[in-house]
Design a protein around this ligand. Structure first.
Ligand SMILES: [Zn+2]
Length: 286
């Protein structure tokens, strides 16, 4: 079976379910982790869960496919959508559906939708303008879903870090811009307890791409996880580790659905392009 195909994605979820992991959205995680009473604490310690996070950087049609697989398995995931994809508007993609139609279909399957923000890059680093831009687009996504969580887009080629928006502040009050004032309850990079939740991402089209990724990594914890041997390159290796009970109890898995396809031509294209990108990133980091 080919890696990064929809078939192996289904197999990955099946392996997790077989080991007793609950497959939850980021909102589900925030809602349970902020309850600090004893019952929820002890339950949390025993319970195994995987937060299924998807960054929809491109090809939104692919996300509908992973969303359908998840639905068929009783899982709820979170899909973070970017603006550049939205501005393609009513244009029909290869799937024959427009972007808003895809967002609506994913909502209908019971998944969570969030805003994959990159306002700093889109506003050329002007933090005041970026804050206004952020608020406008959050409202845009709220036409489709009552958005409660947001997640930064890593934008490896941009010189701005999307999270720098939170360093900006209101000149009159001196208070930092705060998404929580807008009814947003969580941001995976900022509101996850990584001393408890292990992080896995398919950045770089493998599971150990944090070595070459500038932004999609968890500083401070990544080194510790590597030392513990929590390193897998292919999805086959990851599934084997799950079956052997080597995966920690609490995990966040981030995938980019544009990489996951059963279509041969798209699959080869993604493989070749990603290998080239990894070589270039390796040159920058190294
Ligand atoms: Zn992204």
């Amino acid at each position: 079976m080919k890696d990064f195909s929809l078939d192996i994605y289904r197999e990955l979820l099946e392996a997790l379910l077989a080991k007793g992991y609950k497959l939850i959205s980021y909102r589900d995680y925030v809602m349970t982790s902020c309850r600090n009473d004893e019952t929820s604490k002890s339950r949390k310690e025993e319970e195994k869960f995987v937060i299924l996070r998807h960054d929809v950087d491109a090809k939104p049609g692919n996300s509908l496919k992973t969303a359908q697989i998840e639905k068929s398995m009783g899982a709820r995931a979170t899909y973070y959508f970017r603006i550049p994809e939205v501005t393609k508007g009513g244009q029909k993609g290869p799937s024959g559906m427009s972007y808003p139609e895809i967002v609506r279909a994913i909502v209908k399957l019971g998944h969570e939708i969030g805003y994959h923000y990159e306002d700093m890059s889109l506003c050329g680093g002007d933090v005041e303008q970026a804050w206004g831009h952020f608020k406008t687009w959050l409202e845009y996504f709220r036409q489709y879903y009552a958005v409660e969580t947001i997640c930064m887009h890593g934008a490896p080629r941009s010189k701005w870090d999307s999270k720098d928006l939170w360093k900006g502040y209101d000149k009159e009050t001196g208070k930092n811009y705060d998404y929580k004032e807008l009814g947003v309850i969580g941001e995976p990079y900022l509101d996850t307890d990584f001393s408890d939740v292990f992080y896995l991402t398919d950045t770089g089209r493998c599971w150990d791409g944090y070595k070459v990724s500038v932004r999609d990594r968890i500083p401070g914890y990544q080194e510790e996880w590597s030392k513990k041997g929590l390193n897998w390159h292919t999805t086959h290796e990851l599934i084997k580790a799950i079956e052997e009970g080597k995966l920690p109890k609490h995990v966040m898995i981030t995938t980019h659905p544009q990489r996951w396809t059963n279509d041969s031509i798209a699959w080869w294209k993604e493989l070749v392009l990603q290998n080239l990108k990894n070589i270039i990133k390796g040159l920058i980091v190294g």
